[in-house]
Design a protein around this ligand. Structure first.
Ligand SMILES: *[C@@H]1O[C@H](CO)[C@@H](O)[C@H](O)[C@H]1NC(C)=O
Ligand SMILES: *[C@@H]1O[C@H](CO)[C@@H](O)[C@H](O)[C@H]1NC(C)=O
Ligand SMILES: *[C@@H]1O[C@H](CO)[C@@H](O)[C@H](O)[C@H]1NC(C)=O
Ligand SMILES: *[C@@H]1O[C@H](CO)[C@@H](O)[C@H](O)[C@H]1NC(C)=O
Ligand SMILES: *[C@@H]1O[C@H](CO)[C@@H](O)[C@H](O)[C@H]1NC(C)=O
Ligand SMILES: *[C@@H]1O[C@H](CO)[C@@H](O)[C@H](O)[C@H]1NC(C)=O
Ligand SMILES: *[C@@H]1O[C@H](CO)[C@@H](O)[C@H](O)[C@H]1NC(C)=O
Ligand SMILES: *[C@@H]1O[C@H](CO)[C@@H](O)[C@H](O)[C@H]1NC(C)=O
Ligand SMILES: [Zn+2]
Length: 310
């Protein structure tokens, strides 16, 4: 087993849900005793920090930044990258085989793909994205989690490095007048009935790629800020990239997440509203950018969100 595959296993062992340094903290989304209001109390080391995610992106406060160039996505066209789909009790997570990566986009180096997972509300009519844009919450949000290549998959080191992880956030919006679309999402969501209970997992038959799942999104348009894991222990080690354009998925498929998956066994509640609320940004400064024209002329509408920490 190569080092990245090993790292993915370490990651899974460490994190019951999404990504966190410890599985000893019993956190949740719904019970007032352990929901996100209480994370700063039950996981105080980082969840009460000043660079917490997610945030509300105020587009008027974001400035064009010519450093935010296009990304290079490696193996995003490879149908064999996605390995296993699992109900963690907090989300549905697809773990990756080694070989996918993302570079460019002003990331300090290449980052290797580990997994993606999703956040949602309650069907398409009760939105559940984590980031919001000018206060708008989207039905769902997909997070692709990547680790700095030079760390050779060592999660411990990533959690000690302010730029140890790079997360790619994609909003999911309803595709109007369609059912069972796109095909890649039809195939993905077909697996949900096999993992309706916590800790159930199945292998994916190679059939669709990350490019297929991200269909229709212009990946040169994105917001950038430095933030945290959105689940305890909320480590502030993530370079966030949130893409401006949403993935479009038909309503019937979006609805499957909140009607199929349960937080524990078959008599437990359905998994709904699995997102952290937006976190305060102490102040937002914007940066005048003489580069914005260049930026637009290159067809890049890459925004940088700078959070001032006082
Ligand atoms: C979380 O718990 C607090 C009380 O600690 C409650 O006020 C709040 O409504 C709860 N939030 C959710 C999303 O259930
Ligand atoms: C979180 O930080 C704020 C501001 O420093 C402080 O008032 C609050 O008591 C802290 N909460 C916890 C649970 O540590
Ligand atoms: C772009 O990168 C250059 C060189 O690293 C740096 O000096 C400059 O401050 C960056 N611009 C922005 C807007 O961050
Ligand atoms: C596709 O991904 C698989 C699994 O990561 C890998 O073994 C294979 O070499 C990749 N194919 C190409 C053409 O890179
Ligand atoms: C989710 O929506 C369904 C259908 O509208 C409703 O019956 C259920 O109570 C909702 N669940 C929550 C947690 O709000
Ligand atoms: C990860 O790095 C830490 C700190 O450098 C080290 O103690 C640990 O042995 C490494 N883990 C692996 C699996 O290499
Ligand atoms: C996904 O598509 C592949 C290729 O068509 C097929 O073999 C597989 O059974 C599908 N999986 C599900 C769960 O629909
Ligand atoms: C589900 O879990 C609860 C609490 O652990 C337990 O009491 C119940 O028997 C379980 N039900 C089934 C169908 O496994
Ligand atoms: Zn996430």
């Amino acid at each position: 087993m190569n080092s990245l595959a090993a790292a993915a296993l370490v990651l899974c062992a460490l994190v019951p849900s999404v990504l966190s340094a410890s599985n000893t903290i019993a956190w949740c989304y719904h019970d007032p005793s352990c929901n996100d209001t209480n994370w700063p109390v039950i996981s105080p080391r980082f969840c009460n920090g000043s660079k917490q995610s997610p945030i509300n992106i105020v587009t008027a406060d974001a400035t064009a930044d010519a450093n935010l160039t296009a990304f290079t996505f490696t193996n995003y066209d490879n149908v064999s990258v996605m390995d296993e789909i699992k109900n963690t009790g907090k989300t549905v997570r697809v773990s990756f085989r080694s070989g996918s990566s993302v570079s460019g986009g002003n990331l300090p180096e290449a980052y290797d793909g580990l997994q993606f997972h999703l956040h949602w509300g309650n069907g398409s009519s009760v939105p559940g994205s984590e980031h919001t844009v000018n206060g708008k919450r989207y039905p769902m949000e997909l997070h692709i989690v990547n680790i700095k290549s030079s760390l050779n998959g060592n999660i411990t080191q990533a959690l000690a490095d302010p730029t140890g992880l790079a997360a790619l956030g994609f909003f999911i919006e309803v595709m109007p007048d369609a059912t069972a679309q796109p095909e890649s999402w039809k195939n993905l969501t077909n697996y949900l009935t096999s993992i309706s209970n916590k800790d159930e997992a199945v292998s994916l038959v190679p059939a669709f790629s990350l490019d297929d799942l991200l269909h229709g999104v212009d990946r040169t348009k994105y917001y950038r800020y430095y933030g945290s894991l959105t689940t305890p222990t909320c480590d502030e080690v993530i370079i966030w990239t949130v893409f401006k354009e949403p993935i479009k998925v038909s309503k019937d498929l979006i609805d499957l997440f909140s009607t199929t998956l349960r937080i524990s066994n078959s008599s437990s509640p359905l998994m709904t509203n699995v997102y952290r609320n937006v976190q305060p940004t102490l102040a937002v400064t914007t940066q005048a950018s003489s580069a914005s024209k260049t930026c637009y002329s290159l067809g890049l509408l890459a925004m940088s969100i700078f959070l001032a920490r006082h």
